[in-house]
Design a protein around this ligand. Sequence first.
Ligand SMILES: Nc1nc2c(ncn2[C@@H]2O[C@H](COP(=O)(O)OP(=O)(O)O)[C@@H](O)[C@H]2O)c(=O)[nH]1
Ligand SMILES: [Mg+2]
Ligand SMILES: [Zn+2]
Length: 284
Amino acid sequence: MRGTIVKGIAGFYYVKSGETVYRCRARGVFKEQGIKPAVGDEVRFEIGAEEDNTLVTEILPRKNCFIRPFVANVDCFVVVTAAKKPAPVLQTIDRFLVMAEKAGTDIVLCINKCDLKGKQEELREIYESIYPVVMLGEGMDEGLVRLRELIRGKKAALAGASGVGKSTILNRLHAEELMETGKISEKSQRGKHTTRHTELFELDDEGTMIFDTPGFTSFDILEADEEELQFLYPEIGAYAGKCRYDNCRHLAEPECAVKRAMEEGEINPSRYRSYKEQMEELTK
Ligand SMILES: Nc1nc2c(ncn2[C@@H]2O[C@H](COP(=O)(O)OP(=O)(O)O)[C@@H](O)[C@H]2O)c(=O)[nH]1
Ligand SMILES: [Mg+2]
Ligand SMILES: [Zn+2]
């Protein structure tokens, strides 16, 4: 049988296959081999004759895998920032975006708390030509509908600094789904959303799942090489090979197409600054 790990607690893995969730243990040999199933893993499992004898027998190849939180197969990162409270920090937003680029996922930028008078327009201006940008806030249902469309059929994860509203957005997505499907009793059972351990929730019948995790509030040190970094900033990578020097890092080299593009207003200076900062860290 095949399924998706939606939860792991105390040595048990909960594998969703069709409409059923099976409680499994991992095959003993996994431990010997240092393999640990992660929430999000696609697995094969075998139902045992006795109770608690159902075993995860194979972990299918992962698209990506993260350590903190320990999850696998993220299809789409929803990078969340607030328009205000906390004040958006562009370098922080860029680092989350780079983490997502490095993991090879689809990316959506969510500007939350747009009901407050904040920096939403400035943020939108910087990012809307690079990523889909969704404006969210108290009572802003259009943004939520758009977000649902952008993550449809994918395993999505919210990432962003603490306090930007990730848990609130999860609650809004759940509430909308529960209203649509009439699963109100389930809603009152669950009560208000609080994240304790990592879980993968199904949001609809179209395969949309969302990682509910206390993590993705920070990023590990970027493991990329110098040539690669430009491609983690897609609008900078678009100029690769167009500079005077083939190995141009777009720093102090003459006749650099990236710097020219910035002077002509094609690349935002704050994005370039983030790129430069990360490049300096990589080459330290
Ligand atoms: N005004 C406003 N406040 C919000 C919005 N979303 C979240 N908040 C508030 O921001 C605070 C942090 O939200 P939370 O979802 O816990 O953020 P998290 O740390 O990213 O999970 C809470 O007090 C929320 O009520 C919003 O759209 N507008
Ligand atoms: Mg939270
Ligand atoms: Zn260059």
